[in-house]
Ligand binder design. Structure first.
Ligand SMILES: [Zn+2]
Length: 208
């Protein structure tokens, strides 16, 4: 997912504040940034494969995904955004309380929310695979994802606000959906127009 476009949450970027971090920063001596696939590339528009091998190859993929996400200045990245057909995403994303969440989830499944907790948040959303475009999109302001870590241990990641948006956005990717697929026809068209008029600040994979 792309970084926040609006400035409602400026406190999150206040470097003078001591920042609370949930998770661990990746070792950036490992991995290589790869170019980002964009809307129209088939790998983004179908469900990715379940990960069954929790091996060194998976760890190396996660290293590359963190490098690619940081190179593109994103706050979340799904494996198919670097052309890999596997259910994995990484994130380094603030929530609305200024807490920075860092991690990865393999084979994520979004939990159904208890009925009482469905409060919608209609902030702006962007995606590295729809470069330079942003649109408002209403999503539940709370989300929880279950899955596995890179060693195959069961994990559960829960978040609110902008981080809840990220968890939903990245899980969607792995099932073949972009956020623009959830927009009205008009907003989707506008997002694609913004993309056509903009120039990404990171390397992308050209579509045929
Ligand atoms: Zn995205």
């Amino acid at each position: 997912m792309a970084d926040e476009h609006d400035h409602e949450h400026d406190h999150e970027h206040d470097e003078t504040q001591v920042q609370k971090v949930v998770g661990q920063e990746p070792d950036l001596s490992r991995g290589t940034a790869r170019p980002i696939t964009v809307v129209g590339n088939p790998v983004l528009h179908r469900e990715t494969k379940t990960v069954t091998e929790f091996d060194a190859g998976l760890s190396a993929l996660i290293d590359d995904m963190f490098q690619s996400m940081y190179a593109a200045e994103g706050v979340g990245l799904a494996a198919n955004q670097i052309g890999v057909d596997l259910k994995v995403f990484v994130y380094d994303c603030p929530d609305d309380e200024g807490v920075r969440h860092i991690g990865h989830v393999v084979n994520p499944v979004l939990e159904d929310l208890p009925a009482g907790r469905r409060t919608l948040d209609d902030s702006q959303e962007g995606c590295l695979s729809v470069p330079t475009a942003y649109q408002e999109l209403a999503r539940p302001d709370h989300a929880a994802v279950t899955g596995q870590d890179k060693d195959g241990n069961p994990i559960r990641v829960e978040g609110s606000g902008f981080f809840a948006r990220c968890l939903q956005h990245e899980t969607d990717h792995l099932y073949g959906y972009l956020y623009i697929d959830r927009l009205s026809k008009r907003d989707r068209k506008d997002a694609l127009r913004q993309m056509a008029e903009g120039t990404p600040k990171y390397a992308t994979v050209p579509n045929d």
